[in-house]
Design a protein around this ligand. Sequence first.
Ligand SMILES: Cc1ncc(COP(=O)(O)O)c(C=O)c1O
Length: 363
Amino acid sequence: MTENFRLFAGLISFALALYFVHLSGSGPGGTAELKQAIARWYARTYGYEFKPENVMASSGAKHSIHTFLAATVGPGNDVIIPTPYWVSYSDLVTMTGANAVLIHTTAANKFKLTVPQLEAAITPNSRILMLNSPSNPTGTVYTREELAALAECFLQRTDGAILSDEIYELLMYGDAKPTCIATLKPEYRERVVTISGASKSYAMTGWRMGWTVAPANVIKAMDNIQSQETSCPSSITQYAMITALDSPETATSVAAMLKEFAVRKHLTCDHLHAMPGIRLVEPDGAFYAFFEVSNFYGKSFGGKTVTGSIEFCTALLEQGHVNLVPGAAFGADDFARMSFACSQDNIRTGLGKLATWLKTAAE
Ligand SMILES: Cc1ncc(COP(=O)(O)O)c(C=O)c1O
């Protein structure tokens, strides 16, 4: 009985393995068709041409970032991250045993890392610079020239690489334009790793699809890790993604979504600007407002004295029934983040409640 069961289990595993190879065509990093669709998208959008061996799909951009870091850094390596940063960056670095080196940027400089700041943070241990434009949580969009200066500074002074998380690249307002850093110079394709995905531009968060464009040897190392973690991204999602990337209807839907986001952004900013004590640098991209709430630290709400962003957001949730994310989660305790990826009605209601609650502050 046990013998038969073992044989049966062995056959099933073999069949599954064959099925995965058939499914993914070119391996754990996605089917050949998906890789070609991603390559077509970059060629169309940025004139960036690369081969299927330079791309790998994962179950979300978070997993792409994890797999890239797991393949490239470990104990003794420094990964430079400008703050405020997306919540997972520092933890994903720490999980590899590498050291997250945080550089503080200021609202006065629109949360942009400067070349002198970067220069001062570089050491012989620096392996990776993580950049994210448009940014979560600040909505900051670097210009092409700013990114070129930062890339040049890092790549000249180290033999490391830049991880450019461009996941909000289609969500920008006013004159802001996306920059794919890998395309700034032909030689950058060897040193700049591009990560993006379906969650933001295509509102396909639950489908779990992200991708990495990198030199073939990096993709090979990532493939080896991913094959032991998830085998490959869901086959259903892979097929859906090809349609999302290729079809002209998607471009029309993204444009309509962006138009609505622009209205929500203005609605959000107008409300926040009208609240005494709140300071906001308006976002140029993504769908978040990251505003300073530290004027309220030391004040009391419903008998509770607020001393930082976690207490501020907890008191607001408990008393005002509005949910903001504390800036501490992004490495910036003076701030709180709200998402305007919700209806105009919800934005009006939520911000109305926030304004009312702020008025309850006592010295
Ligand atoms: C800057 C940034 N990068 C990556 C991700 C990960 O996206 P996903 O794993 O859903 O593709 C997010 C999600 O919030 C993000 O804000």
